[in-house]
Write a protein that binds this ligand. Structure first.
Ligand code: FES
Length: 87
């Protein structure tokens, strides 16, 4: 479980082991687009304000993953207790 803080909307939501970041932010009231929900299309791409990301998509290059300023929230998760997203 980790925390996702929503920088634009305000508030935060905790992401359980069995749910995706996408599900959690939707639960928090953010109407975020998605399509494949498998980390391959890029529709759910979200800007990361802070936090270390556990990238699990098949879309970003290794360099983009290392830079860590965006993530596919349908599959990727946090590698730290709290991440802040531009949502
Ligand atoms: Fe396709 Fe997330 S919905 S990459």
């Amino acid at each position: 479980t980790f925390e996702v803080e929503l920088a634009r909307t305000g508030g935060s939501v905790s992401v359980g082991a069995e749910e995706t970041v996408l599900d959690a932010v939707r639960r928090a009231g953010v109407d975020h687009p998605s399509s494949c929900e498998m980390g391959i299309c890029g529709t759910c791409e979200t800007r990361v304000v802070s936090g270390e990301i556990d990238h699990r998509d098949n879309l970003l290059t290794e360099a983009e993953k290392a830079k860590g300023d965006c993530m596919m929230i349908c599959v990727s998760r946090a590698n730290c207790p709290k991440i802040v997203l531009d949502l």
